[in-house]
Design a protein around this ligand. Structure first.
Ligand code: APR
Length: 174
């Protein structure tokens, strides 16, 4: 399946599920996380707190994903995942790819037909944007049955153009 590359604000995406670049606390933060909680409203945090009080007492581990309501957002669900922080010395790319794979698996379980991802770990977690795109595009292979639309939402045109270059380079290599 071709994943769409778009420039935009993921909170405005009219898809079944949007993926949140969360942290292990699940209790909010800045960037995508801050925007989702701010615009989605308290229902999202209420469900995150309930998850912390039950299945994720020690927080959501890096690479895993869990869904909540999307509250007031156009989407139906938010799939929270925790990306790895960029490291100069340790190759954490399998963990970053696992974020996309885990989120897609959750989307399949939910019955989501359309999913939008941000560029996980490429903001506060400092992952170089082009490599972050490479990890996203190589991680997302065959989507689960029922998922018909996948979208990578870049926050600015420069990043989207970089993503187009990465996708073209991957295509040329095939
Ligand atoms: N829509 C789409 N993309 C966005 C938005 C938005 N509203 N806001 C930011 N981005 C982009 C950033 O420019 C970056 O490219 O999403 C990418 C991921 O950036 P972050 O949100 O900073 O996420 P990450 O790098 O994974 O860091 C996660 O930051 O916000 C905290 O609580 C969060 O501790 C966690 C950490």
């Amino acid at each position: 399946m071709q994943i769409e590359l778009v420039t935009g604000d993921i909170t405005a995406e009219r898809v079944d599920a949007i993926v949140n670049a969360a942290n292990s606390s699940l209790l909010g933060g800045g960037g995508v996380d801050g925007a989702i909680h701010r615009k989605g409203g308290p229902a999202i945090l209420d469900e995150c707190r309930a998850l912390r009080a039950s299945r994720y007492g020690r927080g959501l581990p890096v690479g895993q994903a869990v869904a909540t309501t999307a509250g007031r957002l156009p989407a139906r669900w938010v799939i929270h995942t925790v990306g790895p922080v960029w490291s100069e010395t340790e190759d954490r790319s399998p963990l970053l790819r696992r974020c996309y794979q885990s989120s897609l698996a959750v989307a399949g379980e939910l019955g989501a037909a359309s999913v939008a991802f941000p560029l996980i770990s490429s903001g506060v977690y400092r992952w170089p944007k082009e490599d972050a795109v490479m990890q996203a595009l190589t991680a997302i292979g065959a989507p689960p049955p029922g998922v018909e639309l996948l979208r990578l939402v870049l926050f600015d045109d420069d990043t989207r153009q970089a993503a187009e270059r990465v996708r073209q380079a991957l295509h040329d290599r095939q």
